[in-house]
Write a protein that binds this ligand. Structure first.
Ligand SMILES: Cc1cc2nc3c(=O)[nH]c(=O)nc-3n(C[C@H](O)[C@H](O)[C@H](O)COP(=O)(O)O)c2cc1C
Length: 185
């Protein structure tokens, strides 16, 4: 679901994968459903898909899609990221989206727990994401999720009670303003 306008207290959830059947997106949907039980709104934002290539020359008058993307970050209490590993890195489209927030400072001190690819081998994507979030000055916390492809049900959704419980705890911590969140432990 894409929602360019957020309400106060909203958690923005962004997948590093654009794939329709993405497991990272499924994780974020599960987080949104779990958080709803606690009255917390998690909006799974799909606007990475519609962003142009980052170009510093466009910073003077950023395209509308970029303005909406930045506003969503700025208005969110925190941002939940779920990111796969592509060729030992974070996906290019996701990195492109983050590059658009350098000029706006949207990630600066933004609490941003993240899970990287469910694949245990994805250590390089984790390192890459850590470095990028550090460069942005985000209050990042890594949330490694030991998730395998077959941890989804027949409908492609993540419904394992253990994983749902962990996601609920992460979002609950994130929703608490002024409280440090370190779901990675
Ligand atoms: C272009 C491409 C490159 C990939 N490179 C890696 C990689 O370097 N290391 C790895 O562990 N998995 C790699 N994968 C596998 C994905 O990380 C894995 O399938 C992940 O679950 C995809 O996330 P998604 O289901 O959210 O789309 C790659 C997949 C693609 C499509």
């Amino acid at each position: 679901m894409t929602s360019p306008r957020q309400v106060s207290g909203t958690i923005l959830a962004i997948s590093g994968s654009l794939r329709r059947n993405s497991i990272n997106r499924a994780v974020l949907r599960a987080a949104a459903a779990a958080a709803a039980r606690d009255g917390t709104l998690v909006v799974v934002d799909d606007s990475v898909r519609g962003l142009p290539h980052f170009d510093p020359d466009l910073e003077v008058e950023p395209p509308e899609a970029v303005q909406r993307f930045r506003a969503a970050w700025d208005e969110a209490t925190g941002v939940l990221l779920a990111v796969p590993e592509y060729t030992f890195e974070i996906p290019g489209s996701f990195k492109n989206a983050l590059d658009w927030t350098v000029g706006s400072g949207s990630l600066y001190r933004k609490r941003s727990p993240s899970s990287t690819s469910p694949r245990p081998a994805a250590a390089r994507a984790r390192e890459a994401l850590d470095l990028v979030l550090k460069a942005h000055g985000a209050e990042a916390a890594r949330y490694p999720m030991p998730l395998a492809r077959n941890d989804r049900n027949a409908a492609g959704e993540v419904d394992d009670p253990r994983i749902i419980g962990e996601l609920r705890a992460v979002v609950a911590g994130l929703a608490k303003r002024g409280t440090a969140t370190d779901p990675a432990g």
